[in-house]
Design a protein around this ligand. Structure first.
Ligand code: UDP
Length: 330
């Protein structure tokens, strides 16, 4: 299939482009390179540097490239910034996405896969999180993603538009060959920061709170390999054949891992000691977020290849230790 990957030069998008190529599909990338990296996309992949909110340009690409479906990864995703600058998040994550969807309606492209987030659940009513739990986001980032999920339901009813929204847990790891990986500026995610500490690029890693009501006092999260995420996006396309389909899936492994366990796993994989300091809890961090990951595995021809945190961290370590400065394109 010919798939437009919006945000295809970003962390998850670029891994998805790779997986699409490996599965014999034909990805086309749209990215404005505000966060993405040109080097993360192979030169043979058609690449358009444009904004997803540039509706005329997007319509032109959809028509000229004869696109059959769209995967949308381009979003701002810093929770703290969404609280201090909500309009930035509503303009990009909602308004620009509406233009992308309008461009799809105008050109008759009606299959869409959307990156949603476990942040749409807010503080979950129970654990592990199943897809039917109430969605009550506690920050604008989660709200923008939920807004788009709701728009997708409306489009299914009104126009027979077919979509799947994946509620990601913690995307992590890198391509197994170590050639593409995570490169955020600023980096706020736990695994790359712990690896930086192991590489001596930072003095230590701050543990944001060790007095949570969890087995070792640190927060529990569900880390899922970025290639496992990517493969789910490809698997879901065959479920979008019927007009008016709307699907929602958690994408996690279902295994909770604590901050301290992540640090220990990095020490084991790297063979290096990681100095730690205990800091205050980070505002807005729920103590535990992990998926009931059964629905996607039952309904999609998709299996988790990296069920264990050590396997995930091995791939991240390979990328970061070979590219300590990331793509070096900034
Ligand atoms: N965390 C930490 N120190 C850091 C960065 C993150 O202790 O320098 C913790 C954070 O409080 C959370 C977990 O690691 O419990 C995962 O955070 P991350 O930002 O990677 O992802 P999030 O779960 O917030 O999407």
């Amino acid at each position: 299939m010919k798939i437009l990957v919006v945000g295809g030069a970003g962390y998850i998008g670029s891994h998805c482009v790779r997986q699409l190529q490996q599965a014999g599909h034909a990805p086309v990338v749209l990215d404005n390179l505000s966060f993405g990296h040109r080097k993360a996309v192979a030169p043979e992949v058609p690449f358009y540097q444009a904004d997803l909110g540039d509706q005329p340009e997007v319509e032109k690409i959809l028509r000229n490239e004869k696109i059959e479906g769209v995967m949308h990864f381009a979003a701002f995703a810093y929770v703290g910034e969404s609280v201090t600058n909500p309009l930035k998040y509503y303009f990009n994550n909602v308004a620009a996405t509406l233009h992308l969807l309008q461009a799809m309606l105008n050109t008759g492209v009606s299959k869409f896969v959307f990156s949603s987030t476990c942040a749409t659940y807010g503080v979950p009513a129970k654990l592990p999180i199943t897809e039917d739990l109430p969605q009550q986001p506690i920050n604008p980032y989660g709200q923008t993603k939920l807004d788009v999920e709701n728009v997708l339901k409306n489009l299914a009813t009104a126009h027979g538009f077919s979509s799947a929204a994946f509620r990601y847990f913690n995307a992590s790891g890198a391509a197994e060959d170590g050639t593409i990986g995570e490169d955020h500026t600023p980096e706020t995610h736990l695994i790359p920061l712990v690896i930086d500490a192991a590489l001596g690029k930072r003095e230590n890693i701050a543990i944001f709170g060790d007095d949570y009501d969890t087995p070792d006092g640190t927060c529990l999260r569900d880390y899922i390999h970025v290639d496992d995420l990517a493969r789910a996006h490809i698997a879901v396309f065959e479920k979008l054949a019927d007009p008016g389909t709307t699907l929602f899936y958690n994408l996690g492994t279902g295994t909770p891992t604590s901050v301290k366990e992540v640090i220990q796993a990095v020490e084991k994989v790297s063979g290096k000691k990681v100095p730690t300091v205990i800091k205050e809890r980070r505002a807005g961090d729920p103590p535990a977020l992990y998926a009931n990951a059964e629905k996607a595995q039952k309904e999609l021809s998709w299996k988790i290849k990296f069920p264990d945190i050590h396997g995930i961290i091995k791939t991240a370590w390979k990328w970061h230790s070979n590219h300590p400065e990331g793509y070096q394109d900034r």
